[in-house]
Design a protein around this ligand. Structure first.
Ligand code: ZN
Length: 426
């Protein structure tokens, strides 16, 4: 039924016949009541129809009917914050820098597959994956989620993207980050990333856990630098900027500078919340990573200490932002957290005060809005790309079940089933 990737594939696989997924609990990503005995008709890689099985239209000739046995039918999930080039677990930049670039790229291939098989059909990679990763998936050479790539994080000297020890006067490894200081240098740096095919831009608005010489509440880029970057990105077909921002001062600089999303946002306060509500800025709280305890044997002692402290900061501040109704999009920081368990984030969002439906929307239609892809993905509606997930049981009564990849029974992207544990579409 499908053509798998070939060694030098130049087109993504396609599904030859229309598919009707029926007898499912349909959660279409629009936030309404789930539909029992729901169905989705897929043709030419697109959703043709979705709704109650009793109302289904006449099926195109040759449609394959797939009984999903009462399990949930959901839109493919969207993870707005991953790093396919990072291993998942303690980030050892020395180890990463010592690795040939080609090996780093090869290692990202199984991670991409694992991510897709966890139910994630689109990711935004915020540092480490370049335009080649994206093209390899688009062309069917690799199996993975659709990608938006930031290529490398922009950071000021000594900021979150500066992984040099304080004694090192050499240059930074350009794979994960690029340094720039001042408005002029930021202009040059962002234009260079756009030249190389960046779909979005990542800026360091504060320090972070895994950078050796700063703290998460140190300022990164200042407001004028961030504004310069967001303006240039916006002038390139509306490209958007994500800000790594953990301490409150940097969160404010980022929001005032016009970013589309605050990543992490651990020390978000009412002043930032007010501004984000006014501007429609998204929060991507990356709770999977915040809640993963670093391995004290693998993490540097300074990173371990920062991580433990900022975990408690996040647990104090994120639920308040959620309660106040800041727009939330799902992002995990997988690459720091383990790859392939992305949908654990949904349960963390619920623990922080979201409803299960709210968490599902954060991982589907809201995430699609943040990525500027709401016209293509994020809901199961006619005309959208047929990215869908069949998951065991009812995630509205057991949201944590989605976080276990074994409960994700089938994953289709552009109408093509890639994972099909029970051979439903075989
Ligand atoms: Zn990250």
């Amino acid at each position: 039924m499908t053509t798998g990737p070939t060694p030098e594939a130049t087109a993504a696989p396609t599904s030859a016949v229309p598919l009707l997924f029926h007898n499912g609990l349909l959660i279409d990503g629009r936030g309404g009541e789930p539909v029992r005995d729901g169905a989705v008709l897929v043709e030419d890689g697109l959703v043709r129809w979705a709704g109650p099985g009793a109302e289904r239209p006449e099926l195109p000739a040759g449609t394959r009917e797939i009984d999903v046995r009462g399990d949930a039918i959901l839109p493919g999930f969207i993870d707005c914050h991953v790093h396919m080039a990072a291993p998942g677990g303690a980030l050892d930049h020395a180890e990463l820098s010592a690795m040939p670039r080609s090996l780093r790229t090869f290692l990202s291939a199984p991670r991409m597959r694992q991510t897709l098989f966890a139910g994630v059909t689109t990711v935004r990679d915020l540092g480490g994956a370049d335009a080649g990763h994206k093209k390899a998936v688009d062309d069917g050479l690799l199996v993975g989620p659709r990608l938006q790539v930031a290529i490398a994080m922009l950071s000021p000297t000594g900021g979150h993207g500066d992984f040099r020890a304080g004694t090192d006067d050499g240059v930074t490894d350009p794979t994960m980050s690029r340094l720039a200081d001042g408005v002029d240098d930021c202009r040059r740096a962002v234009r260079d990333l756009l030249r190389k095919g960046a779909d979005c831009i990542k800026v360091a608005a504060t320090g972070g856990v895994w950078s050796p010489t700063d703290q998460p509440d140190d300022d990164g880029f200042l407001e004028d630098e961030i504004r310069t970057i967001t303006e240039i990105a916006a002038g390139h077909r509306g490209k958007r900027v994500a800000a790594h921002a953990q301490g409150r001062g940097g969160i404010l600089n980022a929001v005032r500078g016009g970013v589309a999303s605050v990543e992490h946002g651990y020390e978000i306060d009412d002043e930032a919340i007010d501004l984000m509500l006014e501007r429609g800025t998204f929060l991507v709280p990356t709770l999977t990573t915040a809640n993963t305890d670093p391995d004290p044997l693998k993490a540097a002692s300074w990173a371990y200490a920062k991580k433990k402290h900022w975990q408690t900061v996040a647990r104090r501040h994120i639920p308040h932002a959620i309660e106040r109704g800041v727009r939330v999009a799902m992002g995990t920081d997988c690459g720091i957290a383990a790859h392939g368990t992305n949908l654990r984030e949904l349960a963390h969002l619920v623990e922080s005060g979201m409803t299960p439906m709210g968490a599902i929307l954060a991982g589907t239609s809201e995430a699609a809005e943040l990525l500027g892809l709401a016209h293509e993905i994020g809901t199961l509606e006619p005309g959208k790309r047929a990215d869908l997930v069949i998951a065991r049981g009812n995630p509205l009564t057991d949201i944590a079940s989605l976080g276990k990849p074994e409960n994700v029974l089938l994953v289709a992207k552009d109408g093509v089933p890639y994972k099909d544990t029970d051979g439903l579409a075989a």
